[in-house]
Write a protein that binds this ligand. Structure first.
Ligand code: NAD
Length: 496
């Protein structure tokens, strides 16, 4: 067995359990599936890590029933006790952060430095919501008749959380922590391509004192879980993070019940650079915006809008910086971007770059993948001579591909930014403060940066406009997503 395989096996056994038991996790233990085998592939070598079995319909039902029972126990605990459990989970994640980061990197392809940073965020996410459990409640309403009228904010029940493969444990934590804090149970469905760190999280939750069933993980293909779990009356809400196509399907299935959804979908975000900007800082940020996590990032600044007077100079500088971006092995500390997570996505990126070249774009930087590698490695790619109606400017690549589009005026920059079905993120670079705020106000996006890109924090709301989805998954706003309001009336007048 190679050194890397031995490390992978030891991490799985330590954090999750015996390899032949891998599958789902409910009622506090692993529950191997009974369906067709699913291969888990190493993105850095295109070889198989292990196989696990898809779920069966009975599996999905058992996991939901377990969540339902767990939720009743969880909701009856005091808010303080739920906070203590979330805080304990945060501490356990901190204690296991390094092996969790290694397992995350090996299975997702993410560079270890990025995985470490995300595990620190996971610690912070659980700590942040631990603090909210006993600070979020209802109100007393001054109704005209003199009665006492007050509101209670109650949990919804069982939430189904369907997650993608690009930042598995970070996105899981980001989306399940507020739901758990408010007294819901969660059935977490990670991507079948990256299921392991979610299993590890559920196991740590048991160690942290969560009642069994409060956080269950169901591991299988989307079509084996999605419609079945959404149609089941135990499920009270769906939070979905993934592609627009699957998001539409999930939304339609939820509408049949009907139950609510929180959708975090794709993006094609505009990173707008004016001629008066600090161009050195803007180049550095354009690289992070476009290529962090090898571009497998929903908020990527994949459309670079540059004022025509500095277009050539700026695009040349971005191309040079892209050529210096270190694509490498996931566990190598100098790696800035690891391989693409899976073969289908790897192929799609190549096809989309070719499509752009066929449409008339030219390559400012980008080349064949590094030779001698069997994994899904892609060089950062910068495309110039792009106009916004080209497919490469309208469709999400979800890979390290940035298109550079020139503009002449502020109005034109805003019009191009908004000429997109998406509205997730965006940024503007300028030394003119008033212009920065004007542009921030006019661009349709759920998150916007002025003279920076990509900073996020669990305390601030995150979510999209238009086809990027709806609902807000963090900050105080997420607490409304995972509670429902009950209005209670009591007559209080004498003789009433
Ligand atoms: P995907 O839509 O293919 O899969 C996402 C999840 O949906 C997976 O768990 C998958 O198994 C599941 N799924 C597939 N078919 C299903 C069905 N019929 N019913 C229910 N679930 C089903 O997305 P992906 O390829 O895993 O992830 C990439 C996408 O995720 C990109 O578009 C990216 O922009 C988006 N994303 C968005 C955010 C955000 O916060 N806005 C964050 C990360 C990724």
């Amino acid at each position: 067995m190679s050194e890397i395989n031995a490390l992978f096996h030891s991490l799985v056994e330590r954090l999750v359990g015996p390899l032949d038991q891998i599958g789902s996790f409910f009622d506090g233990r692993l529950a191997p599936g009974g369906g067709a085998p699913i291969a888990l592939v190493d993105p850095a070598s295109d070889t198989e890590w292990l196989r696990f079995n898809d779920v069966t319909p009975n599996h999905v039902l058992s996991a939901l029933e377990s969540c339902q029972a767990g939720q009743q126990v969880w909701a009856e605990l005091s808010a303080q006790k739920r906070g203590i459990a979330l805080h304990a989970l945060s501490t356990l994640v901190a204690e296991n952060a390094e092996p969790l980061a290694q397992l995350e990197s090996l299975t997702s392809g993410k560079g270890i430095t990025a995985s470490r940073a995300q595990l620190q965020s996971v610690v912070e996410i659980f700590r942040y919501y631990a603090g909210w459990t006993d600070k979020f409640g209802g109100n007393v309403i001054p109704v005209p008749g003199g009665q006492l009228n007050y509101t209670l904010r109650e949990p919804l029940g069982v939430v189904l959380a369907i997650m993608p493969w690009n930042s598995p444990v970070y996105l899981a934590a980001w989306n399940i922590a507020p739901a758990l804090a408010m007294g819901n149970a969660v059935l977490l469905k990670p991507s079948e391509l990256t299921p392991l760190t979610s299993l590890a999280l559920a196991k740590l939750a048991i160690e942290a004192g969560f009642p069994p069933g409060v956080l269950n993980v169901i591991n299988g293909l989307g079509q084996s879980v999605g419609d079945l779990a959404i149609a089941n009356c135990i499920t009270k809400k769906v939070v979905f993070v993934g592609s627009v196509q699957t998001g539409r399907r999930v939304n339609a299935a939820a509408a049949k019940r009907p139950i609510g959804c929180l959708l975090e979908l794709g993006g094609k975000s505009a990173n707008i650079v004016f001629e008066d900007a600090d161009l050195t800082a803007a180049v550095k940020a354009a690289i992070v915006a476009g290529f962090a996590n090898t571009g497998q990032n929903c908020a990527a600044g994949s459309r670079l809008l540059v004022h025509r007077s500095v277009y050539d100079r700026f695009v040349d500088a971005v191309a040079k910086a892209a050529s210096e971006y270190r694509i490498g092995m996931p566990l190598d500390e100098s790696t800035e971007g690891g391989p693409i997570n899976n073969r289908a996505q790897f192929k799609r990126i190549g096809d989309m770059v070719q499509m752009a070249l066929d449409e008339g774009a030219t390559m400012a930087y980008g080349q064949e993948p590094p030779s001698g590698q069997n994994g899904f490695f892609v060089r950062p790619t910068v495309l110039r001579d792009v106009h916004n109606r080209m497919r490469i400017a309208q469709e999400e690549v979800f890979g390290p591909v940035v298109v550079a589009i020139p503009f002449d005026t502020e109005d034109e920059a805003i019009a191009i930014a908004n000429d997109s079905e998406f509205g997730l993120a965006g940024a503007v670079w300028t030394r003119d403060i008033a212009r920065g705020h004007r542009v921030a106000k006019k661009v349709r996006a759920g998150i916007f940066w002025i003279n920076m890109y990509r900073d996020m924090h669990v305390a601030t709301p995150f979510g999209g406009y238009d086809s990027s989805g709806y609902g807000r998954s963090s900050g105080i706003e997420s607490l409304y997503e995972y509670t429902q309001t009950k209005s209670v009336w009591v007559p209080t007048q004498v003789g009433a």
